[in-house]
Design a protein around this ligand. Structure first.
Ligand code: 2AM
Length: 489
């Protein structure tokens, strides 16, 4: 018996993807470094299904139909390279290696180039949705050698999540583009989670809401524009009691962990010079939370305003304003995420499929939401949309949300409740819609102390200030007229 598809790495994600593929009528060959896991899987979960096992890598490769499709779901990093090096000598030109792990996109770029030299087609695919997603429909974000796509499309789109009948899986773009888009997905996930946490904190500390009351607010929000997986689980978490009848969430240590994908997104945003401020703040908020001991000390010595009992006068209005703040901030976060993707496409020379990216995130993954259907629609109407905020639906939504957004942040700021993500979103919005920013002064400062030069506004050009020229002014009357050649504006 020969298999349509082979998968190496029988941890939970790997096992579930195999079972998912088998349920969709594919024959899958399973292999794992530790043989006992193959045997256990075949004798239990895989029993009676179209799943075969292999006893060695050679045996595994010999059981695959040509062109061979080998998916790796092993620990990201060196194990992926080690495995690729073992497999390549056993493959033929035109065979396909798919890395479905959480690889960093520069590694996928490198593997794509290296495998190309051997005539092997490399696909780096983002896989999101956790164990449940892998078993019943993940969001799949494949990129790499486009020649591989016709060979894997049917399998990938069959096993992926569906949204309004459409598969949450499309070809993303070349080289490491699949893992890149998965990285941005994770960054956006950090942002969404931080926004939800800020809304909870404001309701708890300003409004004096109980966890049950906050859960009810999230339940209501989940029926409107914020309908999403993360709001839904937040609703359930907040009403989950410990054995003593008290909310479990309040007993959890307030120090956040992170595995690094949000950080990768923020670093990449800095590398590409894109103001992806909300994801950056979400990463830093986790860093600040981790300084628990310092925060305990600071809480005793650094005063802030007292929160009066009547800080919130009208509870319904307060909740409605907060909903708008969350919605508008979320729009900004996704606008920033797509700005980053757009810049990456330009910098790395990738042609990326924006409507498909939104559709892939629409279902199956952690950030799945009704909201993403609107983004899909916006990019379908206008695939080269310069910014999500120029789409009428989102421009109208932000305009409408603005008053509640500003009021929520003002109230939180007045009474000393931190809102890094809400606030940075609003600052970005106000900066983005400013025709004039104070960078004129900044350029003057740079020219003053470092002769870094500046450009003049066209309408202010004159004989001594020519347009389209790098100008240096001798601001102090001494120090000479030589401009800096190392740091051009
Ligand atoms: P194992 O069961 O033999 O440990 C997640 O850790 C998955 O990656 C597991 O299936 C694990 O195999 C596999 N894995 C980790 N490092 C590996 C390596 N260097 N080579 C092959 N598989 C590896």
């Amino acid at each position: 018996m020969s298999a349509d598809f082979g998968l190496i790495g029988l941890a939970v994600m790997g096992q579930n993807l195999i079972l998912n593929a088998a349920d969709h009528g594919f024959t899958v060959c399973a292999y794992n470094r530790t043989q006992s896991k193959v045997d256990h899987f075949l004798a239990n979960e895989a029993k009676g299904k179209s799943i075969i096992g292999a006893t060695s890598i050679e045996d595994f490769i010999s059981k695959l139909k040509r062109p061979r499709k080998v998916m790796l779901l092993v620990k990201a990093g060196a194990p992926v390279d080690a495995l690729i090096n073992k497999i390549v000598p056993l493959l033929e030109k035109g065979d396909i290696i798919i890395d479905g792990g959480n690889s960093h996109f520069p590694d996928s770029n490198r593997r794509y180039e290296e495998l190309k030299k051997h005539g092997i087609l490399f696909v780096g695919s983002g896989v999101s949705g956790g164990e449940e997603g892998a078993r019943y429909g993940p969001s799949l974000m494949p990129g790499g050698s486009e020649e591989a796509w016709p060979h894997i499309k049917n399998i990938f789109q069959s096993i992926s999540a569906k949204s309004d009948g459409e598969p949450c899986c499309e070809w993303v773009g070349p080289a490491g583009a699949g893992h890149y888009v998965k990285m941005v997905h994770n960054g956006i996930e950090y942002g969404d989670m931080q926004l939800i946490c800020e809304a909870y904190d404001i309701m708890k500390r300003l409004g004096g809401f109980t966890d049950k009351e906050i859960s009810e607010v999230f339940a209501k929000w989940n029926k409107g524009v914020l309908d999403s997986f993360l709001v839904e689980i937040t609703r359930d978490i907040l009403k989950f009691d410990d054995v003593d009848g008290k909310p479990l969430v309040e007993k959890i240590m307030d120090t956040a962990g992170q595995k690094g994908t949000g950080k990768w997104t923020a670093i990449n945003a800095l590398d590409l010079g894109m103001p992806v401020t909300l994801i950056g703040e979400a990463v830093f908020a986790r860093c600040l939370s981790a300084l628990k001991n310092e925060r305990i000390r600071a809480s005793k010595v650094l005063p802030g305003p007292e929160v009066p009992k009547d800080a919130v006068k009208d509870r319904q209005q307060f909740v409605d304003d907060l909903e708008q703040a969350l919605y508008a901030s979320k729009i900004i976060s996704y606008a920033q995420g797509f700005m980053l993707i757009r810049e990456a496409a330009a910098t790395y020379g990738w042609k990326l499929n924006n409507p498909a990216i939104a559709l892939m995130w629409r279902g199956g993954c952690i950030i799945r939401s009704v909201f993403l259907a609107q983004i899909t629609k916006a990019y379908r109407q206008e695939p080269d949309l310069e910014n999500l905020l120029f789409n009428k639906f989102f421009a109208d939504a932000v305009t409408k949300a603005q008053s509640g957004w500003r009021k929520s942040i003002a109230l939180a700021t007045t009474y000393g409740i931190p809102t890094p993500a809400f606030s940075t979103a609003l600052s970005f919005y106000d900066g983005y819609r400013s025709e004039r920013l104070p960078a004129n002064l900044l350029q003057a400062q740079r020219d003053y102390f470092g002769a870094h030069t500046f450009r003049v506004l066209p309408e202010c050009a004159s004989d001594n200030l020519p347009v389209d020229k790098d100008i240096h002014i001798n601001w102090t009357g001494h120090g000479g007229n030589v401009s800096s050649s190392t740091y051009q504006a």
